[in-house]
Design a protein around this ligand. Structure first.
Ligand code: ATP
Ligand code: MG
Length: 157
């Protein structure tokens, strides 16, 4: 179905904002204007839920989580950045593998199965997009993904 992405994304972030019980600040860099994309709303919700829960799980007390949407000619890039522990360079692609978790001891304490990002990757790929991670250990992590977008579709006037 066709979805106005900024409205859809803000609604998901609101849900986390209203239910969070930890001291993290949300920063939204999301365009005000409509951006229509053709997506499976449930699946992309699942992708964002996974990425945002990870960002919260690995955020320190008082950390900031930044949500960003960048619009290009043929795709939009969505990213979620945290100020958490980060991910070692060698593991940046492995985190998208099933059951892969960076630090077993730490991960066990924080809970989870290691499936979240593998499922996210499957769903983003099914939409014709890409997903990747960037990170500086001790500074934070950014998870980004793209969704196909056709600028011409917005040009109905
Ligand atoms: P699940 O999502 O199934 O509950 P999980 O969160 O451990 O479990 P993934 O979401 O697939 O699994 O993430 C895989 C691993 O990548 C995590 O265990 C963690 O080690 C690392 N990781 C993911 N996101 C972050 C992040 N924002 N900061 C630091 N490490 C991360
Ligand atoms: Mg997860």
């Amino acid at each position: 179905e066709w979805v106005d992405f900024p409205i859809f994304f803000n609604r998901i972030i609101d849900r986390f904002e209203f239910t969070k019980n930890q001291n993290v600040t949300f920063i939204r860099r999301i365009p005000k204007d409509a951006i229509f994309v053709e997506i499976d709303e449930d699946k992309v919700t699942q992708v964002l839920d996974n990425i945002i829960s990870n960002a919260m799980k690995y955020s320190p007390e008082g950390g900031r989580i930044t949500f960003q949407v960048k619009q290009e000619e043929s795709r939009i890039t969505i990213s979620v950045s945290d100020e958490g522990v980060g991910i070692p360079k060698d593991n940046l692609t492995k985190i998208f593998d099933r059951f892969y978790r960076v630090d077993r001891a730490r991960s066990r304490k924080l809970g989870g199965t290691g499936l979240g990002l593998a499922i996210a990757k499957e769903m983003v790929t099914a939409h014709g997009g890409e997903i990747w991670a960037e990170s500086v250990e001790g500074k934070g992590t950014t998870i980004s993904f793209t969704l196909p977008y056709d600028a011409a579709e917005d040009d109905w006037s």
